[in-house]
Every structure is written in structure tokens, then in C-alpha cells.
Design a protein. Structure first.
Length: 72
């Protein structure tokens, strides 16, 4: 009787291990996808900042930022 209970418990543990491994792989995939998107957004922001700095100059950019902040 005791061995039958032990084998049922072990079977449930093995089933849960497989489920947990599937969840872990999905979590890792989601983390990689979100990190990739965040990196692309960061690179895009840097490219926009550099482009604006080249086209208008850093001084004009700072003046524009202060005028936007003040609402003028």
C-alpha cells in the first residue's frame, strides 16, 4: 500500500516538473522578447537625439527644450 502511494506521488511530481519546465521556457522567451524590444526603443531614442543634435545643434536643442518646458 505504501509503495503504491509513493509511486503515485512520484508520478505527480514528475508531471509537475514537466509543466514547470514548460513555464520556465515560456518565461525566458518572454523576457528575451521584452528585453529586445526595450533595447530597440533605446537605440531609436539615441538615434533621434543624435539626429536632432546634428540638425539643429545642441544649443538650439537646449533652448527649444526650455521653451517647451515653459510653454512659450
Amino acid at each position: 500500500m505504501s509503495t503504491m502511494i509513493k509511486s503515485k506521488i512520484q508520478a505527480k511530481i514528475r508531471a509537475n516538473e514537466g509543466t514547470q519546465a514548460g513555464v520556465d521556457s515560456i518565461s525566458k522567451g518572454s523576457l528575451i522578447a521584452m528585453s529586445s524590444v526595450a533595447a530597440l526603443v533605446g537605440l531609436w531614442a539615441v538615434a533621434c537625439f543624435v539626429g536632432a543634435s546634428i540638425s539643429t545643434g545642441p544649443v538650439a536643442m537646449i533652448k527649444g527644450w526650455f521653451s517647451a518646458l515653459a510653454g512659450m
